[in-house]
Design a protein around this ligand. Sequence first.
Ligand code: GDP
Ligand code: ZN
Length: 461
Amino acid sequence: MEFDTIAAISTPMGEGAIAIVRLSGDQAVEIADSLFKGVGSKRLREAATHTIHYGHLIDPKTGQVAEEVMVSVMKGPKTFTKEDVIEINCHGGLVSVNRVLQLVLNQGARLAEPGEFTKRAFLNGRIDLSQAEAVIDLIRAKTDRAMNMALGQMEGRLSRLIQKLRQEILEILAHVEVNIDYPEYEDVEEMTHQMLLEKAKYVKGELEQLLRTSQQGKILREGLSTVIVGRPNVGKSSLLNSLVHENKAIVTDIPGTTRDVIEEYVNVRGVPLRLLDTAGIRETEDIVERIGVERSRKVLKEADLILLVLNYSEELSEEDRNIFRAVEGMDVIVIVNKTDLPQNINLEEVRELANDYSLVTISLLEDKGVDQLEEAISSLFFSGAIESGDLTYVSNSRHIALLSQAAHAIDEAISGVEIGTPIDIVQIDLTRSWELLGEIIGESVHESLIDQLFSQFCLGK
Ligand code: GDP
Ligand code: ZN
C-alpha cells in the first residue's frame, strides 16, 4: 500500500522533560535528514535501522539551529506501522515540540489524523482490528485492571479465541458441504448432523461465555457509576473526599500515551468507581426530600453502586427509611458514620433494613472503618470470576454487539438442524456467524467503519 508521510507529537501535551515527534512513511527518513545536522557529516539516510543519533535540527529558512535533538531511525517493516519511522526526541515544552513539528510539516510531512499511526499499523497488516481497538482502550485505561485487560487484548488474546471459533465454524461448513455434495450417503449424513450439532453447540457455548464476561469488562473499563446518598449532614461530602484522597485516581504511565484528565474517578482496590462529580453529589444531597421518592428512585436506578450513609449519633428517621425504599433491589452498601459520637441509632433496626446489603460502621472524622468500607466495595465486585483473572474480557461495545449477533446466528443454525431445515439454509446462518466474528478482528469490515473506529484515537497514536 502507498501512503504519504505523516507526523504528530506522540507524547502528552504539557511540560515533560522530553517530547517526541513521530513520523511514519516513505519520506520519513528523507524529511528528518533534510533538517538534521549530526556530529561530523553523518546522514540519517545512511544510518542503520534502529539506531539513535544526536544532533541539531537546522531551520532551512534561516540556517539557524532550531533544536537540540536525538533522532531514532527505524526502517520498516520492523516498526509499529511497518513503514519507515522517525522519532525526534526534543526538549519538552510546547514551544520546542511545536517548532519541531512545524519544521517537519514544512518539509512535506502531513499532520496525522487522530489514530492514524495505529490505523496504518492495521492497514499494513501489523495488527488486527481488535488489537487496534485495544490501543484505544489502553490510551483510556484508568486503572491497572483495565490496563491489563487492554494489554491482554492487544496481545491478541481475544483475536486468537475468535480465530479459533471461526476455524470451528469453517469445519462445520466443510461438513455441510460434504452433505450437500454427497446426500446419497446415509453414513455421511449421520455423521454430519451429529458433528454439526456438537461443534455448533461448542461454539455457541464459547460465545456465551465471552458475553457473560462482557458486563464485567465494561465495568472495569468505564468504572461503576456510584452515588452517595443520605440525609443532610450525615457525612456524604466527607465520604467523597475520603475516597478521593485515599485512592487517588490512577493515571496510566505508558510512554507516549495521552493522559486523560479524570474527574472524580477513584480506584478502590482495583474497583474503578466513577463517583458523581462534586456538583452531582451536591445535587443529590437532599434528593429524596427535594424531588420525592418516585423521581429520586429513577435517578438512583442509573447507578451501579449506592453508598447509603446513616448517622450513628441520631435515631433512624422516616427520611432514612425512605432512602432505603428508594434503593431497593440495587447494589447497596450501608454506611453508619460518626461512630466517634455517642450512639443513638438502633443498629438492630439498621441491620433489618439493610437485610443482605453489606453494613459498615465508620468514623470519617477519626478515619476509622474506611478499610472495611473499601473491603466491602471490592468484595462486592470481585467475589466472582474476576479475581481468578484468566478469562478473556470483552469490553468493547462493538465487540459485544457482534458477539451476540454471532451467537444468535449459531443458535438459528442449531435449531435449524434440530427441526430439519434444509441444510443450505443452515449454511447461511453459519456463514453469517463466521462473517460477524470476522468483523471483530477486522477481516470483513467496511472502509467507513474503519475510519470511524480510528477517529476515536488521540492525536499522535
Ligand atoms: P453531608 O451533608 O452528608 O455531605 O455531610 P458532610 O460531609 O458535609 O458532614 C457534615 C458534618 O459532619 C461536617 O461538619 C463534618 O465535619 C461532620 N462529620 C463527618 N463525618 C464525621 C464523623 O465521622 N464524626 C463526626 N463527629 N463528624 C463528622
Ligand atoms: Zn455535603
